[in-house]
Design a protein around this ligand. Structure first.
Ligand SMILES: [Zn+2]
Length: 120
């Protein structure tokens, strides 16, 4: 769910906030809409400790991406550098998404006040 932004401000303050948001918008080249999931699992060897009360193997890090209802793109990130790249890309995507969400909420409020949405 989207974070609710404070839009009970003067129209001038909203416009100022909107200008600031637009000036801050930046699309990072590594932007990634996904989740990083940590898993511990049992291996295929029946005599391994993981099948006899011992610790499971891991952590393993999977990148998961919901593409549509019931369609998920999921794969293992083996290297620590991949995992770090994923974390950063996910963070950049989330940041952009939050900025766009706030911009959208301000625009909805401006529209409700019968204000113009374009540049001014
Ligand atoms: Zn095992």
């Amino acid at each position: 769910m989207a974070r609710i932004h404070h839009t009970a401000k003067s129209t001038l303050a909203l416009r100022r906030r909107k200008r600031f948001l637009l000036s801050q918008l930046k699309i990072f080249p590594d932007s990634l809409r996904a989740s990083l999931v940590e898993r511990f699992s049992r291996c295929g060897k029946g005599n391994c400790r993981c099948h006899h009360g011992g610790d499971k193997h891991g952590p393993f890090y999977y990148l998961t991406q919901c593409l549509a209802v019931g369609r998920v793109n999921k794969f293992l990130l083996k290297a620590a550098t991949q995992q770090q790249a994923a974390r950063q890309g996910i963070d950049h995507y989330r940041q952009l998404q939050e900025q766009l969400e706030e911009l959208s909420q301000i625009n909805a409020e401006l529209l409700r006040r019968e204000e113009a949405l374009g540049n001014d």
